[in-house]
Design a protein around this ligand. Structure first.
Ligand code: NAP
Length: 282
């Protein structure tokens, strides 16, 4: 048996799997698109031929797919659901707090223990000292999974058994980020209107995150995102829905949602989120 199975090898899942391998763990991997498994198998991971087999291969199953709907579809399949008893499931896909309650209940009903986590950073932050991951759920499960998970972030915090905690703080962290993205795009438009370059903005008054966006706009190359604009839009949808569900003000999430959806509709879904400036320019 390997130490841990990683399910989902997108941008984030691949970073998680590579970091676990580099830390010396014996890992198994599964991804819908098999080609994404090949580099990891070459680096020493065990490749599963099916999701059911992937679950059988390790006591801990780490999930990094697009969203919880996807997790439900995949793990609810007839040949998969029966493999879950006795496994420790660690969900690192993004979601809204209310989904974490249903997810925990669903996995526990199938005989698995469940931890719910949130990654506050990009794939390049995984395994770094400044990488931050929040996790919550069954304490016993955390104690048994911690030795293998610890390598994934310098700042890995267990928040206790309130299963909504990590997703809530993730949304709060992200809400700040969307504000920075939109305000930076506006700051860059302001500079453009006065003939001041994005480079000058980056080198003078831009904060750390704004500088990254300004550098991308300055280069004109939006094609190498650490997370695609579509992924950002999907994550933002949780924030927008949460505002409606909890009856808090929706003006900011509605505005951001409208902007990101227009950018996706314009064909920028696979680009960096800095591409929202192209929508604002028009
Ligand atoms: P991604 O690159 O788009 O990868 C999505 C993953 O989900 C892939 O493994 C994909 O499989 C799988 N998937 C999608 N639809 C599927 C389906 N119908 N059946 C089976 N598998 C399916 O996304 P990512 O950036 O890795 O993000 C993964 C999770 O991490 C998301 O919840 C995201 O919010 C969260 N996250 C990402 C970042 C980031 O910076 N990237 C940061 C924090 C949190 P295929 O390869 O077959 O398409």
């Amino acid at each position: 048996m390997s130490d841990i199975t990683v399910v989902g090898l997108g941008l984030m899942g691949t970073a998680l799997a590579n970091t676990l391998l580099s830390a010396g763990h014996d890992i198994s991997v599964w991804n819908r698109t098999r080609e994404k498994m090949e580099p990891l198998i070459s680096a020493g991971a065990h490749g599963a031929t099916s999701l059911g087999e992937a679950i059988q291969m390790s006591p801990v199953v780490l999930i990094s797919v697009s969203n919880y709907e996807m997790t439900s579809q995949l793990f609810g399949m007839d040949d998969v659901v029966g493999q879950l008893a006795g496994r420790s499931v660690v969900q690192l896909s993004s979601s809204a707090p209310k989904d974490t309650v249903d997810s925990e209940k669903w996995f526990v009903d199938k005989g698995a223990s469940y931890l719910d986590g949130a990654i506050l950073g990009a794939p390049s932050d995984i395994g770094n000292d400044n990488g931050q991951i929040l996790i919550c759920g069954n304490e016993q499960s955390w104690n048994s999974c911690e030795p293998v998970l610890r390598c994934l972030a310098g700042n890995f915090q267990y928040l206790g058994e309130n299963i909504r905690a990590a997703a809530t703080l993730d949304m709060a962290w992200l809400a700040q980020r969307y504000g920075i993205f939109v305000s930076t795009a506006h700051a860059l438009l302001l500079c453009e209107s006065e003939g001041v370059s994005a480079d000058q903005f980056a080198k003078t008054v831009a904060g750390d995150r704004a500088k990254i966006i300004a550098d991308i706009v300055h280069s004109g190359d939006f094609s190498k995102p650490s997370a695609t604009l579509s992924v950002w839009n999907a994550a933002h949808e949780h924030i927008r829905k949460h505002a409606y569900d909890m009856k808090i003000n929706t003006e900011f999430p509605d505005f951001v949602s409208n902007l990101l959806t227009r950018a996706e509709d314009a064909g920028y879904g696979d680009e960096d989120i800095a591409a929202i400036i192209k929508i604002l320019r028009s």
